[in-house]
Design a protein around this ligand. Structure first.
Ligand code: 5GP
Length: 213
């Protein structure tokens, strides 16, 4: 029931030190691979990797409730109306949104909530949770980003072209973030390590801060 509505009148306060970490960056930069690398570093009871909702069609390798909560446009709209989403954004022609209850439950339980969202969503979460930690992942170059998206071959030619057009605008948003990390080609473990160091430093800096969702 991770998408149950949470009343806007009843904000949830997190446990001391529990963070909301946003990992963002242009499509194809490798956010999924980085998160997988972070997860491979071991089970952590103090972590919650948020599974977001989308109206996008499921890719063959994706599972509902694992990669995303796949929703119809009607279901998604209902969630929004019920204030079940912390933010919602139309990205590359589909809707995506962060279940508010998942984030609230995680931080209330003392876990750090890790969110993998696009640049619009990152901004919206920061507006709602000023203490959120924003990390922007960039490719070594736009050419490299194109090569990664083409190699991934998950998109139709039209969707690929749209993602590439959006990438330049997305890259220009790096200044909105607390940290920028370059995901060098073939260096995903190093990128995951860099992100872990940023999270650890933030936790050491604000051990008793309580975020409200
Ligand atoms: P994809 O279709 O490749 O899985 O994701 C497209 C983009 O949507 C990625 O940048 C991804 O991080 C972003 N995204 C995934 N979930 C959410 C969400 O809940 N909110 C927002 N704003 N973006 C999301």
């Amino acid at each position: 029931m991770s998408e149950r509505p949470v009343s806007p009148a009843r904000p949830v306060m997190g446990a001391p030190g529990a963070l909301v970490v946003i990992i963002s960056g242009p499509s194809g930069v490798g956010k999924d691979t980085i998160i997988e690398a972070m997860r491979r570093r071991g089970e952590r009871p103090d972590r919650h990797y948020v599974i977001t909702c989308t109206t996008r069609a499921r890719r063959v390798y994706e599972e509902d409730g694992v990669h995303y909560h796949f929703r119809t446009a009607e279901e998604f709209a209902r969630l929004r109306v019920e204030d079940g989403l912390l933010e919602a954004a139309e990205v590359h022609g589909n809707w995506y949104g962060t279940p508010r209850a998942q984030v609230a439950d995680a931080i209330a339980a003392g876990q750090d909530a890790i969110l993998k969202i696009d640049v619009q969503g990152a901004r919206a979460v920061r507006d709602r949770i000023p203490g959120a930690l924003l990390i922007f992942v960039v490719p070594p170059s736009i050419e490299e980003l194109t090569a990664r998206l083409v190699a991934r071959s998950t998109e139709t030619p039209e969707a690929l072209a749209r993602r590439m057009r959006n990438a330049t605008a997305e890259m220009a948003r790096a200044g909105d973030y607390d940290h920028v990390v370059v995901n060098e080609t073939g260096q995903v473990e190093r990128t995951a390590e860099a992100i872990e160091e940023i999270i650890a430093a933030e936790k050491a800096r604000y051990p008793s801060r309580r975020l409200t969702v």
